[in-house]
Design a protein around this ligand. Sequence first.
Ligand SMILES: Cc1cc2nc3c(=O)[nH]c(=O)nc-3n(C[C@H](O)[C@H](O)[C@H](O)COP(=O)(O)OP(=O)(O)OC[C@H]3O[C@@H](n4cnc5c(N)ncnc54)[C@H](O)[C@@H]3O)c2cc1C
Length: 412
Amino acid sequence: MVEKRKAMIAGGGIGGLTAALKLHEAGVSVQVFESVREIKALGVGINVQPHAIKILSELGLADELKQIGVETADLSYYNKFGKLIWQEPRGMNAGYRYPQYSIHRGELQMLLLNAVKERLGEDSIKTGHQLISFQRHSDIVEAHFEDKKTGEKLGSYTADMLIAADGIHSTIRKFYYPNEGEPIFSNRILWRGITEGEPFLTGKSMVMAGHQNQKFVAYPISPQAEKTGHSVINWIAELWVDGDAPSKADWNKKIDKSKFAPDFASWDFGWLNVPQLIDEAEAVFEFPMVDRDPLPQWTFGRVTLLGDAAHPMYPIGSNGASQAIIDAEELGLAVQKEASLDAALQAYESARLTPTANIVKSNRKNGPDSVMQIVEERAPNGFNALHDVISQQELEDIANQYKKITGFDRAR
Ligand SMILES: Cc1cc2nc3c(=O)[nH]c(=O)nc-3n(C[C@H](O)[C@H](O)[C@H](O)COP(=O)(O)OP(=O)(O)OC[C@H]3O[C@@H](n4cnc5c(N)ncnc54)[C@H](O)[C@@H]3O)c2cc1C
């Protein structure tokens, strides 16, 4: 009997857990190592695009996703005075076969975690195991773990391949690129919060207002609240700042609202009351908007990078989680298709490195949000007729171009 191939995955986030499901489907025996002792539903809202929802649906998770995600109906861009610039239908509303979901990141992670435990067994995830180092021996990888809190050594494990899904501060990436340093700061800070309130626009709308130096994003994330006529609104306030990043890129850093709320005090648009949303949020999390330069190589023999470890990008155009899910799909396909694991990990890199590098670069130029910046530059005091400022053709070209770059133009 041929022995089953074994994979170790460092990181039990969205990318690592999806990769575990896809590799399991490809007949690989998988062990996930996660540094936190208990995986909790952390984070706030994210959007997951139809091409990633297709992958999760094909994994049999469509019904569970429907329970926790709001099907995003439309996306609109406004100027800083709350006047409409561009609106487009999203997900199934736009003719895709799968929805786009606005979803709580932590709830999505818990959904994936439960699926991994059910299908691969409870023992397939070792929490409290931080990967600290590893060695490659011809076609075996040996990894060493310790408890992040106490520093206690937790032993070593071996497998035929090691997948680095250990996020933006990846230890494995650092091993191959030791001089890279901290993520690159964009001089913009994101403050993220969740507020219960009345539904705005369609009750399933995603909106962005402002421009590249001051922006507000909002969308509802609770289908349960929706049923009762309410909304749990995820929002992100963003400001340009001078100098260095005020804090390390830590998704769980709580801060005081007074740091940014005054800048948004006049942003009551009638259809959306920004100061009220900020005021009524229980907690606000600060995250410097950062990314890293695209890499020339992710695969080193039997070790490869995936998700934020491979291509951290600005959270523009709602792509972080979606691209990690697509990585996982490509990895699973490559392992199924290629005769050897070496060839599979190379094929995975060939399929994913350039497309994700293009998204990182496009997001640096604001991706589809650039329509707001163009309008701000041409009409800083507002406008009466939008098409005096920007033509319909220009608006359409920007929206379509980004969908092609990120791989979710409808034809594909
Ligand atoms: C706690 C948390 C909250 C987040 N909140 C948001 C949010 O509100 N909005 C948003 O847009 N994005 C958020 N993100 C990022 C978002 O999840 C990712 O950009 C995207 O989903 C890609 O996922 P990933 O699996 O590559 O990385 P991540 O989701 O970041 O997962 C990486 C995982 O690896 C683990 N890990 C790190 N180092 C090691 C190691 N050495 N050994 C073992 N495990 C390790 C981490 O604990 C984490 O669980 C958050 C990430 C985290 C970890």
